[in-house]
Design a protein around this ligand. Structure first.
Ligand SMILES: Nc1nc2c(c(=O)[nH]1)N=C([C@H](O)[C@H](O)COP(=O)(O)OP(=O)(O)OP(=O)(O)O)CN2
Ligand code: ZN
Length: 150
């Protein structure tokens, strides 16, 4: 597992948890301006997820690390991202659904926060970092209005 320093999110919560994972997946960007990326190709994505909150659950967890891996890795590992409904397999005209690094990061945030909203201790996902290649990564940070409890 690659260990690296990540950009920090400023917050006031008591607890902050981070989960790293690797994801082997293929994708293509269905826009001619994407050049060689219009061709199907693969990456070993490196993902870091930051969760924060003030309360622990009955297990003493902010959230089980395993849940985060289940939400993301189980769904996307060894798959073609374009095949997933989140990435517009039915409508390739919306760039907000192309599996770019930006959209992958935003989509992972949405999937995780949807699950966190079901938990009593109300943890929040504050940051998703997606590294697509050794030289390129994106950080997604939600705005306050993106949380449904606001
Ligand atoms: N803003 C974005 N730009 C690019 C994305 C993206 O998702 N968001 N994606 C790609 C390609 O999919 C490609 O896989 C990654 O591109 P790049 O980092 O340029 O890859 P290289 O290995 O060629 O980069 P080096 O500079 O040689 O390290 C392109 N752009
Ligand atoms: Zn790519």
């Amino acid at each position: 597992m690659l260990h690296q320093f990540y950009p920090q999110v400023l917050h006031d919560y008591r607890y902050e948890l981070n989960k790293d994972m690797h994801l082997a997946a293929a994708h293509f960007i269905p826009a001619s301006a994407a050049g060689k990326c219009t061709n199907i190709h693969g990456h070993t994505y490196v993902i870091n997820i930051t969760i924060a909150g003030d309360k622990l659950d009955r297990t003493g967890f902010l959230i089980d690390f395993k849940l985060l891996k289940d939400i993301v890795h189980k769904r996307f590992d060894h798959s073609l991202l374009n095949d997933h409904r989140e990435f517009g397999d039915t409508d390739t005209s919306d760039p907000e659904s192309f599996p770019t690094t930006e959209v992958v990061a935003k989509t992972i945030w949405e999937m995780i926060q949807r699950e966190l909203d079901k938990l009593h201790n109300k943890p929040r996902c504050l940051q998703v970092l997606v590294r697509e290649t050794p030289t390129s990564y994106v950080v997604y940070r939600p705005k306050e209005e993106d949380f449904s409890d606001e």
